[in-house]
Design a protein around this ligand. Structure first.
Ligand SMILES: Cc1ncc(COP(=O)(O)O)c(C=O)c1O
Length: 379
């Protein structure tokens, strides 16, 4: 084998990696094959408590060879897009919607298109990385308000700006808590601010017919711009925005993550339509039942659980202990990833459990037995 020549220009990378290892923040890729409630890693079948396929919808495979391989503005805009976008606009009670290749790109495209120089963005401190990066890429001034803190938001909303935006998640991805959308929309109305909700984790899962978090709080009509993912509750792939006709038209014309990238293959668009039309209500009820049982069981064991949704963090604090907790669960047949900095603040490492409708009653009871064992070891 040819010897690798030492490249001094890149040595700094080694020290960066070493530093991550020392802080217990080093991440390694792990290959796994998931099917239903399980995932197989290193030939070991584990109960999967890490999936965002919350509803666990079963659909037949679609036979198609349609792979457009082009931007939607060139020749990638298969007619199935139109169908899905009409469905999604109606789902969100908005005039129009636009599908992007991912939820991340939907945030990137929409936020950089509508927030401009001279504008002010008020962003929750726990917003997802895709929102934070999108805000940074816009030319607007960014002001971060304390997590779900209406008093802080009210104070900061008084600042002057050409257009003011309030951006929040519907259900926070790492804490599983709802944002106070009723209070936020009231404030936005008073201050003439534009309300933007990224509902990647609430969409299809909460509210009537899975219409999402704003519907759950009965403020659907007060949201100016929705951003969401098709890869979580719907268990498909892609992202979308929904808003007024003019906003969507501007996104088509201006958002780079829409214009300069290949379209999702129509097989995935058709997959989303199928999943949307499936019996989501049955899965939603099962998910609610599983969530309530797991939360109740974890609390009875003694864990401090503040979430009421399908995202249940068990905050451990120390990164090393969180990693050990994850390893213990894996040794006992459970897959639940420890989440560390920078995804969550330092010393707030946690195990993020995501509940799905895939899990049977037996799966939940079995996992509670393991969590009970872990409590004695790690708390
Ligand atoms: C709040 C939030 N927004 C956006 C995204 C990105 O969605 P996607 O996975 O479709 O890119 C995620 C994904 O984790 C998320 O949690």
């Amino acid at each position: 084998m040819r010897e690798l020549v030492s490249n001094h220009k890149l040595d700094f990378i080694d020290s960066e990696l070493e530093s991550l290892k020392k802080q217990n923040l080093y991440r390694k890729l792990q290959y796994g094959k998931s099917k239903g409630a399980h995932i197989t890693i290193n030939n070991k079948k584990l109960l999967n408590l890490c999936s965002n396929d919350y509803l666990g919808i079963l659909t037949e495979e679609i036979q198609t060879n349609q792979l457009q391989s082009s931007s939607r503005l060139v020749s990638g805009n298969d007619e199935s897009y139109n169908k899905l976008e009409e469905i999604l606009a109606k789902h969100k009670s908005q005039q129009k919607s636009l599908v992007y290749p991912t939820g991340y790109m939907a945030n990137l495209g929409a936020i950089t298109t509508i927030a401009k120089k001279g504008d002010v963005i008020l962003s929750d401190e726990l917003n997802h990385a895709s929102i934070i990066e999108s805000c940074k890429l816009s030319d607007a001034k960014i002001i971060v308000y304390k997590h779900n803190n209406i008093q802080d938001l009210e104070k900061k909303l008084k600042l002057k700006g050409k257009n003011k935006f309030v951006i929040t998640e519907g259900i926070f991805s790492m804490d599983g808590d709802f944002s106070p959308l009723k209070e936020i929309t009231e404030l936005s109305e008073k201050q003439n601010a534009i309300t933007v909700v990224d509902d990647a984790h609430g969409d299809f899962v909460v509210g009537k017919d899975g219409k999402g978090t704003p519907n759950y709080f009965n403020v659907e009509k007060k949201i100016d711009l929705y951003i969401s993912s098709l890869s979580k509750g719907l268990g498909s792939f892609g992202g979308y925005v929904a808003s007024k006709n003019n906003v969507i038209d501007l996104c088509i014309n201006k958002s780079k993550s829409f214009i300069y990238t290949s379209a999702l293959p129509s097989i995935l668009i058709e997959y989303s339509i199928r999943r949307f039309k499936s019996n989501r209500e049955k899965q939603k009820k099962k998910l609610e039942k599983n969530t309530n049982r797991l939360i109740k069981g974890l609390k009875e064991i003694g864990f401090e659980i503040n979430s009421t949704t399908h995202i249940i963090p068990i905050v451990i604090g120390n990164e090393k202990n969180a990693m050990k907790f994850g390893e213990f669960l894996m040794d006992n047949g459970i897959f639940a990833q420890p989440i560390r900095y920078p995804t969550v603040p330092k010393n707030q490492a946690r195990l993020r459990i995501s509940v799905t409708a895939w899990l049977s009653d037996r799966d939940i009871e079995r996992s509670l037995v393991i969590f009970e064992k872990s409590y004695r070891k790690f708390r």
